[in-house]
Structure formats: structure tokens, C-alpha cells
Write a new protein. Structure first.
Lengths: 323, 291
């Protein structure tokens, strides 16, 4: 295959056979409970230096409680797949957890800008869809995937993409490396203790990220019985055998919304977005992460029952979000 | 239909885009903001089968407005009454096989070839101001058959060559540049719409001024660009909003003014001239309000 041009960005090297061997050796096919606390899950499955993806955002059905736990445990040197991100990347960068970013989209602000300018964080450029296509390729067990976008951009130069002469059509075609992240954080509506998980409604690439990632931590609004999974198998979005940890995380997406369950906490959304845009991430993390032991404590000390009930009541649209 | 006598620059821009919306065509956008308002306005008044499609894979939603701040995707109100809930990958593939007719994008910076910058202003490898990256815009501008860009009429927004191509227009403007870069044949940037003007592209793929709003002159538009665009043989007048359009916009689509309350206000004087209103209106035109 003739390479016509190629980006100069560093990329996580695809290794499909290596990934197969990892899956053979580490993904248990046994139905064993993977239920654990967010603290244990992050301690056990997020290592310094990992490539980390999160599904959706800190503001919309994202694994927000898990992201807070990663920051609380002061993980270091992570490489983020920062697609469809809003504030997650800035919070993790602000927490000193990040050394590399594959950019799709994140909310910019002084903290990330300074980290990039001072060389503490290196950014590589992609787009949201190119990143989810890379994850798709990782989920398919492929070394790379052809995409029909991204060519001709300046982002291409700072990425791991190449333009090749397609051996079938002879036309210039963009290819990007498959992505098999070390760890995926995924927040779902429901899961059983084994990791069979249900996402209701739209999303970014949760099914693909679960298949593509070496270690998968699911946080769930509700833990449901496996009998309920078996009653309606078409609802299973993620199968148990790719999942490594299941965390019971009611209101786990706060301050974000979970469709059909609760609305976003608007003052908190404005606080976190403002903190990112004005470079006040430290103060935000102190209040919402470091000063708290856990998600449970956040719900008790910073939210309270009345506020949680109000968020539930404000989520009036239920169609499609209950089996 | 009655021509409106008072409207904001943003309302005028949204209506101008709504007038371009074709029935039974798909519109792939990043969700919320002016692009959503334009498509839904057109659906309500002229193009009932236009299809609103968002980056998170929501197909044909009838959004329950207004949204809470930033909840323009992956929220129950944004995905309300859709035909399908997919994902970013599924809708990306729909676009890749040619199902997406139009993209509508808000842009930070655009150049004479319709390229878009949302990554860095300045020298990417040196001094620059960092922005959030292309997000969904790169795929929209690559894969939709036609792409409409929205921006404000400001010198710093219209530059000869964007500092960083985040999402592709005609790239360096040479014939076949998009195809050589692997982008699908026949896709293209199509229009740029500001509150003051409408552009298409000439046969050499350069931005071409085709119409200006009745409250500004051609000279005023050109003064707010950092390059000289091609000029259509006749410069038309951008149609102003009707009372009916503003009623839908203000009472159904943007009741809180989250989208439209930006820019200066225009009034139709008794002598039939459109002028900038002396007072009122407001908002910071420099801030992107798409969220």
C-alpha cells in the first residue's frame, strides 16, 4: 500500500494480536460478581500511564463519579481520548492526571492552555467522529480503519492518520490507527452484578469502547437482577464478559443529566463550566472532589435529598428510558 | 406575511438560513444553537419533512424546548420524539454513505476557501490561543453534500487563510483538492451566512458575496473582512424576518433568548429604511452562543 502523506503525531500503537491475547487471558467468561466500590474499581483498574477513554461527558450521562475518583486518587500520566468532552479533560488536566490528549473536542480554558503551552500536556489532533471510528476499529479487532473525513485538515499533520492509495479503488484514502484504550469509564442506566449493561437512548461510542478497552469500569444508576436482563436480552448494550468492574452509582453522572432519570444540576453545570473557562479548576476540585471521600459523601454533604428529588422531578420525559 | 419591524441581528441570520432549508432533506448539526433554530423554524413554516440530525446520532427529533444550559445533546429533551437514537458512530456512517444532505455549522474563523478553524488562533507550533478542536464539525464539513457556515461579520472572522484548518472547505482552493485528501467526491462548502451578508463560492471555489442585509452597505460588509471576496454580478438583498417567523422563534423555539439575544437590534423606519436601533438589544457578539 502506497502512503501518500502521513501525520507526525504520536499515537498509541495498534496491536490487534496483542489485544486478542489480553482478552484471552484477562476477560473472564465466568459469571462472577464484579460489584465493587468506585474507590476499589479505580484503584484496581486505572494505572498511572494508562490510555483512558470516558463515554459521553461530565455533563451528559458521563461517568462523572468515576472521573472524580480518578482525580481524587491523583492518577498520573494518563493519555486521554478527549472526544465529545466538555469539561472532563480540563478537570483531569487540572487535577494533574494527564500527560497526553487525543483531541476531538473539549471545552478550552486557561488550565489546559497553560498545560499545553508549558509542555506538561501534549495534544494530538483528531475529531470526535474520527476518535469514535478509531475505537470502533479497536472493537472490531482491526489494526486501522479507513475514514472519509479528516484528510486535508491541519489536524491531520498532528495525528497518527495517513493518506494511502487505496489498493481497491486506487483513490487517496485516509486511514487512522485503531484504538484499544487501557481503560474505559462508562456510565449506564442499568447493569447486573456481572456487567451486563443497558444504555437507554443516544450516546457516543459506549458499546465500542467497552469492546475495545483492556479494562472496563461500568458505573450504573441501578443494579438490576440478571433475571431482568434475561427477560429482555435485546436491551443489553454491553455484554458482561468485557466488563471488569461494576459500580453502583446512583446519580453518578451529576452534575450531568441521565436521560429519563434526572435532569442536570444547572447551578453546578454553570459552576464547572465557568471554573474551566476562567481557570478556577483548583477551587472546583477542592469543593467537589478532594474535600469528599466518595460519591456517597458528595450526595449527602453537597446535594441532599431535597435537591436530588428535585432533579428527578425535573426529568419529566420518560419515553424510551424504561424497559 | 408581514415584514417584521424590529428584530435582532441573530434573529435575522437564523431566518436567512431557515429560508435556505429544503423539505425532505437531512441536516446534520452539532446540536442546539442557531443551526437548530434555523432548521426547526423552517420545519414549522415551510419544510415540514426537513430532518434534524445531531452529532450524537439522534435522527429526526422534535426537541422539547427550551433546553437546560449545554443540554443540547444526550439529553431527554434534545432527543425527544426522535425516529432513531443511534450513536456518534452510527450517524457518522450514515453521513459516510451519503445520507446527510446539509451541514450547518457555527464557526470561529473562516477563510476565502471556506476552511474552518476551531483549534488554534496564532501559530500552532508557537504562540497561539488554543480552542477546543473540531468536535463534530470536521465530519460534517467532510461528509455532508453541502455545508452552510454561520459566523459574524468581523474582520478577525474572515481571514485569507485560517491559522489552522480544523474542518475542511476547499482546502488550498486547487481543483480536486478535497478528493486528493480522501474526502468524498461531490461534497462541498456551499454558503456562508452572517447577520450582514450571504456568500456562495465562485467557479474557482472562492468565497463570493451574493447579498447584503438592507441595514448595511456592501462597503460596510467588505470593511469587516480581512480579504476581498469575489463579487456576484449583482448583489442581492437578504430577506428580513417576517412577524410570523419571529413569533415562532420567540414563543416556541427560543423562549429564553438563549440563542437569539445576541447582536444589535434593527428597526424598520417609517420611511421604509432598515437601520440599527439606537438603544436596546445588546449581548456580547464576540461570544459563541451555540451552547
Amino acid at each position: 500500500m502506497r502512503i501518500l502523506s502521513e501525520g507526525q503525531g504520536e499515537y498509541l500503537k495498534p496491536d490487534p494480536d496483542g489485544y486478542r491475547e489480553w482478552v484471552r487471558d484477562h476477560k473472564s467468561r465466568a459469571m462472577v460478581s464484579k460489584l465493587m466500590s468506585e474507590k476499589d474499581a479505580v484503584q484496581k483498574f486505572v494505572q498511572d500511564g494508562d490510555y483512558l477513554v470516558y463515554e459521553c461527558t461530565y455533563l451528559q450521562r458521563g461517568p462523572s463519579s468515576l472521573i472524580r475518583e480518578v482525580i481524587r486518587q491523583r492518577k498520573k500520566d494518563l493519555w486521554l481520548g478527549a472526544k465529545f468532552t466538555w469539561v472532563s479533560a480540563a478537570l483531569l488536566v487540572g487535577g494533574g492526571c494527564v500527560s497526553k490528549l487525543d483531541v476531538g473536542f473539549f471545552l478550552f480554558g486557561p488550565v489546559v492552555e497553560a498545560a499545553i503551552r508549558e509542555g506538561r500536556v501534549k495534544a494530538y489532533e483528531y475529531s470526535n467522529v474520527v476518535m469514535t471510528n478509531r475505537i470502533m476499529a479497536g472493537a472490531m479487532g482491526l489494526p486501522f480503519i479507513a475514514v472519509r473525513s479528516f484528510g486535508g485538515t491541519d489536524g491531520f499533520k498532528y495525528s497518527g492518520a495517513k493518506i494511502i492509495e487505496d489498493p481497491y479503488t486506487g483513490q487517496p484514502t485516509v486511514v487512522v490507527p485503531a484504538l484499544n484504550p487501557d481503560v474505559a469509564l462508562i456510565h449506564v442506566h442499568q447493569a447486573d452484578i456481572y456487567g451486563n449493561a443497558r444504555v437507554f437512548g443516544t450516546g457516543i461510542s459506549h458499546s465500542e469502547a467497552a469492546l475495545a478497552s483492556k479494562k472496563v469500569i461500568i458505573s450504573a444508576e441501578e443494579i438490576i437482577d440478571t433475571e431482568e436482563i434475561r427477560r429482555d436480552p435485546g436491551r443489553t448494550t454491553i455484554p458482561y464478559y468485557v466488563v471488569d468492574a461494576v459500580v453502583n452509582a446512583p446519580f453518578g453522572a451529576l452534575p450531568g443529566t441521565v436521560q429519563g432519570y434526572y435532569a442536570s444540576d444547572t447551578p453546578h453545570v454553570i459552576e464547572v463550566v465557568g471554573s474551566v473557562m476562567r481557570g478556577l479548576v483548583d477551587a472546583y476540585l477542592e469543593r467537589w472532589v478532594y474535600s469528599l471521600e466518595s460519591q456517597q459523601e458528595l450526595l449527602e454533604k453537597r446535594m441532599g435529598v431535597a435537591k436530588l428529588l428535585e432533579l428527578q422531578q425535573r426529568e419529566t420525559i420518560k419515553e424510551g428510558y424504561r424497559p | 406575511m408581514t415584514q417584521a419591524t424590529h428584530f435582532s441581528e441573530r434573529e435575522h441570520q437564523i431566518c436567512a438560513v431557515a429560508h435556505m432549508v429544503e423539505d425532505a432533506r437531512t441536516y446534520w448539526v452539532t446540536g442546539g444553537g442557531s443551526p437548530m433554530a434555523a432548521i426547526l423554524l423552517a420545519k414549522k413554516l415551510y419544510a415540514p419533512d426537513a430532518v434534524y440530525v445531531t452529532e450524537d446520532g439522534v435522527l429526526g427529533a422534535e426537541p422539547a424546548l427550551p433546553f437546560d444550559p449545554i443540554m443540547n445533546m444526550v439529553s431527554s429533551r434534545a432527543g425527544y420524539r426522535a425516529l432513531q437514537w443511534g450513536t456518534m458512530n452510527t450517524v457518522g456512517f450514515h453521513a459516510q454513505i451519503g445520507l446527510m444532505d446539509y451541514g450547518i455549522l457555527n464557526t470561529l474563523q473562516v477563510d476565502q476557501w471556506g476552511n474552518i478553524n476551531s483549534t488554534a488562533v496564532g501559530d500552532y507550533e508557537g504562540e497561539h490561543r488554543r480552542f477546543g478542536g473540531p468536535g463534530g464539525a470536521d465530519s460534517i464539513a467532510s461528509l455532508c453534500w453541502r455545508t452552510i457556515l454561520l459566523t459574524d461579520q468581523q474582520k478577525r472572522k474572515f481571514v485569507p487563510r485560517v491559522d489552522f484548518i480544523s474542518s475542511p472547505g476547499f482546502l488550498d482552493g486547487s481543483p480536486g483538492a478535497r478528493e486528493k485528501a480522501g474526502l468524498p467526491r461531490g461534497t462541498r462548502p456551499w454558503r456562508v451566512v452572517t447577520p450582514w451578508s450571504i456568500f456562495d463560492y465562485d467557479d474557482n471555489r472562492r468565497l463570493r458575496l451574493t447579498a447584503v442585509s438592507p441595514f448595511v452597505t456592501v462597503e460596510q460588509v467588505l470593511a469587516e473582512m480581512s480579504f476581498e471576496p469575489a463579487m456576484a454580478p449583482e448583489i442581492g438583498v437578504v430577506e428580513t424576518p417576517t412577524e410570523e417567523e419571529l413569533l415562532v422563534l420567540r414563543t416556541e423555539l427560543d423562549t429564553r433568548g438563549q440563542i437569539t439575544d445576541v447582536g444589535r437590534w434593527i428597526e424598520l423606519r417609517d420611511d421604509g429604511k432598515y437601520v440599527f436601533a439606537e438603544a436596546g438589544g445588546g449581548g456580547d457578539t464576540a461570544l459563541p452562543r451555540s451552547w
